[in-house]
Each structure stands twice: as C-alpha cells, then as structure tokens.
Design a protein. Sequence first.
Lengths: 783, 536
Amino acid sequence: MVEKGVIADDLAGRRIAVTGSTGFLGTAIVERLLRSVPGCEVALLIRPGRRGAADRVRREILRNDCFDRLRRELGDRFDAEVARRITTMAGDVSVDGLGLDDEGRALLASCEVVIHSAAAVSFDSPLDSAVEINLLGASRVAQAITESGSGAHLVAVSTAYVAGTRRGASPERVLPETPFAASVDWRTEVAAARRARADADAESRRPERLAGFHKQARSELGGAGVPLLAEKTERLREDWVKASLVEAGRSRAQSLGWPDAYAYTKALGERALLQNRGDVPVTIVRPSIIESALHEPFPGWIRGFRMAEPVIISYARGLLKEFPGIPEGTVDVIPVDLVVAAIIAVAAAGPAPEGPSVYQVASGSRNPLKYRRLVNLVHDYFTDHPLYDTAGQPIVVPEWSFPGRGRVLRQLQRATKAVALAEKAVGAVPLRGQQAAWTTKLDERRTEVDRARTYVELYGAYAETEAIFQVDRLLVLFEGLEPGDQDAFAFDPAIIDWDHFVHGVHLPSVVEHARVRTTPGRRAGPSRFDRGKRAILSPDRHFAAFDLENTLIASNVVESYSWLATRHLSGDDRARFTARMLREGPRLLALDRRDRGDFLRHFYRRYDGAPVDRIEEDARELFTQLILTKSFPAGMRRVREHKALGHRTVLITGALSFVVEPLRPLFDEIVSASLGQRADGTYNGELQQGPPTGEARALILMDYAAAENLSLEESVAYADSASDLPMLEVVGHPVAVNPEAKLAAVARKRGWHVERWTKSPGGPRPLLPIGPLGPHALRGAPR
Amino acid sequence: MAPNNSVRHGRPGFVLEVDRSTPPTLFWHGEGFRLEKLPVGSRVIYAPEPVTALKDPDGAIRHALLNPLGDSKPLPDLLTPGMKLTICFDDISLPLPPMQKPDIRQMVIEAVLDLAAEAGVDDVVLLAALALHRRMTDAELRHALGDRVFDAFAPSGLLQQHDAEDPSKLMHLGATEAGEDVEINRRAAESDLIVYVNINLVAMDGGWKSTATGLSSYKSLRHHHNVKTMQHSRSFMDQHRSELHSSNWRMGKVIKDAGIKVFQIETTLNNDTFPDSFDFLQKREWEWGPRDRASFLAVSKTLDRTPDRLKRGIFHGIKAPHRMTSVQAGEVEAVHAVTTENVYRQQLVQVEGQTDVLTMGLPYISPYNVNSIMNPILVACLGLGYFFNLYRNKPLVREGGVVIMSHPTPWAFHPVHHPSYIDFFEQVLSETTDPLEMESKFEEQFATDPWYIHLYRTSYAYHGVHPFYMWYWCAHALQHLGGVIIVGGDPRSVRRLGFKPASTLRDALEMAEDVVGRDPSITHLHNPPLFLADVR
C-alpha cells in the first residue's frame, strides 16, 4: 500500500481554473487533476469556437487517449464524474478581460488556483499572435483575477528558454534578477508587433506585390479561371503576410538573444506579468522541452506532433541528412508527466510568501542528456527498427557529423536553389504523363528541403543551447513532499533513465503517431490506385464528366482545324499551310496558356467562310483519321464503364460541335462550342455562346446536376490540366488524367485519383495533323 | 471442257526431310524473317509452285458468264430492262496480300456491267459483302473496283457497303431446318438477281458462304460463328467435314427457297504471292541463287534497322502478282464444286502422317489486318485458326501435340480498325482464354455494345463481336493441342493469349518436349505461299 500524501487533501474541495486545456500540457493537467486529486473541481477557460466551449471539452479534451486510463478506472461513472467536476467558461486569453461573460467571471471568482498553460507554442507563430497570447496572456489572466477579487494563486507556465541562448547556469529567479535576456520594454514590443501586422498587411496590398501573387497563382494553376485564380492570389497574400510576421518574430527574437519568438514573447510575458499582477500571488513554472510521458497517464502518451517529433521522423525517413548541434551540448528534454506533477505540487504548496517565485522543470542540471547520446540513441533505434519506404525497403538512417548551423543552412539553401532552378526549367516546357511525374518528384524534393531548412532554422538553436537550467528550488519542493506524494507526483528529473525513455517510451510513441510504415514488403490488400478506381466506379456515383483534349484523345482544336483545312488542298498549298501553322505555333500556344476562352474565340475565326456541308462531311473522316486514331482506348472504355453502371456521362469540351458529334453515342450530354452560320451556308467564325472553358465548366456541371437532380458530391470528373480545376473541384471524385505538371502537383497534394491513359500502342502516328490527300486533291495535284 | 481449265506448269508441293546438308529454313516472323536450323529428320512442307495462269482472263470471264454451270441460264438471259440488279463482291479480306491492279473484282464486275448495260438494266447497286468486317475506305474500294467503276457508282451512292446493324437494311428470310435464322441484306434480297463476285483464295471461300455469311447480320452469323460449330469443323477448309460449311449450305437453301436468285461467279488464283524483290520467299531455300541470297540479306539487314511502323508500311505496300487460274459462274453449288477442285489443284500437298510438333512462321498479314496492325488476337487466329486448319483428313499435328509459332506478337492494336479487340484483350483475355466461357459470359455484351456498333457503321471498325470470332476460330486447335509456344513474341502479350513465350526455336523445341516427350517428330509449315495439307 502506497503511503498517502497530502497534495490531494490540500487541493480537495478547491476549484482550479486551467487555461490552454486543449493543449498538450493542459490536457495532461486536467487529466491528472481529475484522476489524482479526486476532491478538486476544474474550471476550464476555453475559446468557444464554432461548437461552443462545452463541446470542445468533450471532443478535444475528453476524447483524447489521455483519459483512457481514467475512463477505465471509473468505468460507468466516468461521464457523471467529469460532468460533475468540470465546468467551462468561454473565454480567450488574447482578449482583454479574457472575453468572459458574467457567468464566466463568477466562475473564475470561485477558483482558488489558476493554472495558466495557454500559449502559442508553435515555434513559427506570427509575431502579433505570439505577442497577444504569450506576452499579454498571463497579464490578462492576472488582471481578471484581480478584478474578480478572489485573490487566487496564479501558476503561470512559461519556458526555461526565457533565459535565451546564452551559456552558463540559469537560476530559478524572476527575470529582472537574472543576468539573462535583454531588458527591453515589453510595451514597446507589443506596440511594434501590432504595427508589424498592419505594415505587413499594407505591404502585401501594394500593386507590385499583388501582381506578384497573381503571377505566382497563375504559374501554379495556369489558366484556371478568374475565381480560382483570385482565391489563390488572396491565399498567397495572406500566406505572405503570415510568413512576414513569422519572420519578423524570429528576427526580432534572435536580435535580442532568444532562439525564437516563443521564448522571446514568453520572456517579455514574465516581465509584463510581474508588473501587471497587482496583488495576485504568482508562481512561474518554467519547463524545458516537454516530450512524451514517462509514466502518467501511460508511458509514451503525447499529444500533437511537436517539436522534436517531426525532426526525428524526418531523420528516420532519411530526409534530414544533417542537423546542427553541439555534440557535448545538453538537450534539455522533460517528460510531460513530470511537468504536470510539479505544477500540481506548486498549486498545492501555494504561493511563496515573499512574492513571485520561479520553479524550473528541466533535466539539464540534474540528469543531463547529451546531444551526442541522444543522436546515438535515435540512430540505434532506427537501425534496429527501421521505417520502410514505399517499395517496402528499410530506410537506412544517416550519420550526423554535427556541423555548425551555418554550414547546414548553406547546404540546404544550395539545395533549395538547385531544386527551384530545375522546377523552373521543367515548368517552362509543357509536360504530361510520365514526364509530369518528374515535376511531382521535384515538388516532393522541394518540400523536403524546405521542411529540413525550417527545422534547422527553428530548432537548431535548441540543439546548440549551452544554458544549464537550475532546478534547486524544484528539488527543495520535491524533498518537502510526503513520501506518498513523492510517489504519486514524481517530478525529480533524476528518475529518468534516458536509454529507457528514448528507446522504450518516446520513440515508439513518436513512430506510432507519425503513421509511417514500420513493416517491410508491399502493402497487402488493394493498392491505392485500385481503391481510387473502385470509388470512382461505384454504383453510387451519379454522373461522370469528361474533358476531351488530352483526357480522351491526344489531340486539340488546332489539329482538327489543320486537318480539315488541308483536306482539300493540293501539295504545294499544303506545304505552305503547314509552314504557316508551324510558324504560328508558339504564339497560339502562349495565347492558349494565358486564356483558353480567348484562344478559342481567336482561333475559331479561321472557320469564317467555311462551307457547312463540306465541313460536316469531312468531320466524319476527321473522326476516324484524327479523333479515333489519337484516342485513348482506356478512356473510351472508362466512359462506357460509367454508362454500364448507370451513371450519366457528360462531355465538356471547347472543341467544335461538328468535331465531337461522332462521339455522341458515348455521352448522355455533350457541351461543346458551336459556330454561327450565315444564310449562304457558311460558318461566320463566331461562337454562339461563350466557350465551355475554365470556371464556366463548373457552372455547367452545377446547372446540369441541379436540372437533373444529381449530386455533384457523388459525381466524377476527368480532366488533364490545371485550367480544368474548376470542373474538377466542383465534383466529389475528381480524376486527373495524364495530368500536366501543375495539375499533377495539385492532384498529388489533394490525393486525387490519377489515370495514365495512352494511345493505342503501335497505332498510327501521323507526323503532322494534316488531312490525307483526298480524291479531289489528287486530281488537282501534280503527279 | 471450259477453256479456263489451265494446265499446271509449276512443280507440285513437296515435303522435305531435313538432313545435315539442308540449309536453314526461312520462317516468317511478322514484318521480318528468321532463318532456323531445324533438327535433322524434321519435315518441311512447301507449297506447290504457281500453276499457269489464264492467258486471256477477260475472255475466260466472258466465257464463264455465257456458259454457266448447273441449272443456271447464261447471265445475259437473266438480265432484263427495269430489273433490280445487285452485284456483291468480296471485301478487303481477299485476296492476301491485295493483288496488283487490275483486281479480279474489277475485271469480273466490268464484264458483268457491260452485259447489264447491253441488256438495258439501269437499277444496279454494287455492294461490298462486309458481314461484320470493317468498311472499306474509298482508296481500297477504288483499288478493288478500278477507277472507272468507282467513279461511275460511288458519287451517286450506288456503291454501297453492307451494314449489318441497320435493321431497315436487313431482311429476315426465315430459319433453316436446324432453327438457324437467315437474315441478309435487304437490297440484295429484294433484287431480281444477285451477282456475287468471289475471289476464292482458300477452299473455305465461296459457295453459299458468300451470301449467307457475307451479306448477313449478327443474328444470323451467331448460328455458325460459335465455339461448337468451330470445334466440329475439322477442318473448315474441308467442306465434307465442316459444320461451318453445312450451316451455310442450310442457309443457302433458305435463301433459294425464298426465291432469291443468285448468279455466283467464283475465281481462283495461283499462289504467285510476292513480287520480284521478294522472290526468295516463294523459293525453296536450297534452290536460292546468288540473287536470292543477296536480296534476302539486303531485305533482312534493312528491316533490322527499320522502325516497326515503317516496316509495316513497307509490307502492307506489297501487292501480290496473283493471277487468275480459273473462273466459273452459274448456280452456286455447281460452281463451288468446280472452284474447290481448282483451289485444290493449286494448293493440295500430300503429307504422310501427323507430327508431334508443328512449327509455323506467321507473316505480317491475315484476312483482318489488311492495311492495319496484326494484333495479338489476330496472331493467334492466323496460327491456330487458319494455318492449323489448312488440312484435309486429319490435322498435321497429332492430338496433344504442340504448335510453335514465330511472330513478334507486339502489344499493338489499330485504334480505328480494332477498337473492340483492345477491350477484348484487356477485359476478356485477362479473365479467360476458354472460348466457351467467354462465349457465354462476354459475347453478347460486346456484340450489342452501341459504341462498337456506331464505330462499325460510321468509321472503319470491325464489329464488336469480331474478336470473339477470332478466338472461336482457334477453338478446334485449342481443344486438339497440348500446348502452344510463340517464338520471339512479346512475352506479356503471349502470356495474355494463354501461350508460352520462347526466345529461340531451340528453347521452344525443348519446351515442347515437356509436352510431347523426347525426340519428337517435327514438321514445318512453309507457308505462305498458301497450301492445304492432305494428311494421310
């Protein structure tokens, strides 16, 4: 029988407020309070979101596997127990007064302890939001406590890295009493951060910038139509503003000697809290890098993919070839349950009578883990338990040589440049099919390099930190606990056996959460492709819409035109015609890329004066000689498979009606371009309606679905280029057929099904799309 | 005796027994050749040399029209002003390779049209008897009929091609005693006289098959183009033992009983198959002179360096110097009896006994890929459908024996001519190679697919069901044989066909021994030029 401690008794009957309860640390605090301090109640300050605060508690906190143990222990009583002990107050630490309503304020007033763990922990938060949450959050909580008049004890969670990146011992003292960290005025920093948001926003709206975003959107999407381009442009602008603010945060932090905006805002937050706390008793708890649980609620518990995990997984996948760091340096990692236990012990102990005090929860001074040892442990682990690549082969992890951060960054920058250059080169030529896969590969490679650089930029400093965080006060607190409490709330970092923690607890947990391949060989069961195909050819689908050019046939409107135009020409005229078309080629191609609709309008003027009956007659031969000859048999088969399943089939094409007329038996509906006719039986070269291109296709499909009472969500669309994105996005089952580079990238990112259809192998390959010498031409041609 | 019975001048067919001094044997290999050293003791069967052609084919044609066989009146007596006359002719599948101008069809049709004009007949339609084959292109029609006939009939729409999928252009004539539907072209059925112009390349061609098959529809064809019929046609080249023949003859009776008058004109060709530059192809290897060796070398070396598409163009450009050896006209069955004798005169070779292993080199052409691509299904059909069945009495290869065919068998299809073949290869053969299973499970779906029907009618596609017929053509061989090996074929397509790929003939013979035992007897079919083995 374990000796009974007093912490649970001390906190029994009290109500403890927790902020940041949806976070990694917050969730663990709530769970531990509910399980290990049976007599207390918890009040959660939570942003209501769309579904309301109570719903978020249920979905985002209680459903986490953190509560599995408690659920098991309580059995049927779990729901009643949490309902009785958890109350919520809708609020937000980034708003003055915490955004509390009267009820919330009353609830806060009833709390005797407030544990403030809410933070923007992401190391690449935009400067302004980091300032609002990390810098001002704790002060706002203190002010709310003051206003409530409860005199509650505020336990504010900070970070050990407020000490910055300097060498030497970092004591458990409030910042003004330490030699660390620049003593800049936090108010100035807040004002500057808020201004930075406005400045970045203004900058992003400058015409040159907007033109740049537009250009980038176009280069990524091609002629996808106005609405999609506009949407993408705006997204790029917002991303740019965010990136500027992230950059502003990082550079400001580093200019003042902190590794990143998180530590910088937290440090200033501590200073602000000391000034703004009024009479509220404050205790600051500074954990170092929090990682998976050592024991509680179960070994390896972790929430979210955090700082070290992506780095570890990238390493295990062989992507991170080098990472900076000082081999003899200390990586200060602390399991989450130790931090939680320390916080609860602090809460139970109550505030120090002499004023604000600090506890650091870190391993560096008591039980240091050297960087080289960590790297070796990780290397050994993944050598024994390798991840597997897509071919089912084990991945060999690289050996790190501990280069300086600058060298790694330079290497990565060179790689980035090389990839960007290759991308530009590949992007300049129209590719599809197998070749477009190169661009997909390049894209993947760029993502890898980008990610590696981000990791190095963000986390490099942590591997290079030479500060040693003192834990003297923490140990005194621990020594002062009853033996029973020492067992139930163990937070002495000396208990960590690093080999066991890394190999037996942390890495298995990380690997599990990363959902990576841990078994060799090919995956059993149907392949991704087969599953995709089965979903598309499910009887539940309603209709299937097909683009024509390069989706069902390897041809285009220019070829159809050339074929028809040359069918009745004699030898010399054909040569002249061919030469002219070849000369015009690049210009037409450029126009087509810029705007498909304009291109068609422009190009179809060439039919001005063409006799309707002759064109219709010739179109029958065109069907055989060009359309069928260049068709993709698998595509034609797919149309009929849809038909056989009872799906409607729709053809949407910018090609002219007489060109696609022979395809009618395949489709229930054909939407094509059609030319006006004159009274004298010739075409006037003008389109009768706008050409069905770009976003018009989405509208056509929407109208069609509405008129026929079909569901877009249950329908399929096949297309080959980014200009068809509107059509692909409007249905529930988009399929990229022989996608050109841009669409290939989009399809890969969104997990769309991709088909590679080819012309009939061995079939005729006319060199030039010109009509055969017909009998009329023969007679006129010189022999 | 009619003057069109010419005298043989070429030497008869010959069976060589390979000994140590025998030079390597020429194997056809698609658009190319292989020289293979056959094991000592193997037999090589050579076709008879071309029999002497008619000296005055036009005169012979006119003579045949005026002196009909059987109970038919001379053609001029059948032609009256105001009558409806339909002249039907064989399509692009005959002859093989297409012949040099003038085509026999042109010569015969011009003669018939002259008589019709003399008799004052003005309702004349020319009808290509396609059955379920692809439509002929204008250029192909022009080649078969000549400029004069083409230009006189095509512009006014009087040159037509049979459309087996237009119900308004078909007429159901009833059923045979065996319950087989007889449905033929309406224009032909409603004519006062059908003149059918045949080119009888092999013994199966002609007779009632011309009208009962060439002018019919799927509804009618399925009664004899099926697995059961083909398994009971042993072989379909031997009319006395061919269920295909019997079925067509039963249908002929229905046609006759319906009061439809057919004036049958049948012609036979000699087997002068290749022009001078390819002369070596129809000589026996030990008789090759320096010129033959030189041209063989030149041709082989050139082909080695030629891309596949170009090679195909070169070979399909070959026009055979075939010459007419006989022409007979009149009542269908009487005409066909004489024709068959004339075919045999050119093609029959006496062969003693069966063989364990039959080898054959498959050329670039079959009846269904003229100006097109010999896809894997056609490779199978040419080898196991046609060449295997070139026998009388009993198959050249014993039951349980092995056929070794040589052909590159590329995974290649003509997208316009053979669209249903592509799907058949992907969807049917990937599931089963058993003719009976595919017949019951897939045939109807392909036969009634509206897209294939559309392509057959408006483009130049073989009917959706046609690939099935190709496979049924192999049914007798598949049932009879213990194994099929293709030498030098694309292994993927060979396996899809259910056969075994081998890279050399030596390997193939080793593999065959696993089936037929050690030291098998081997016979090589040195074909084309075509022959028919009379196996004793």
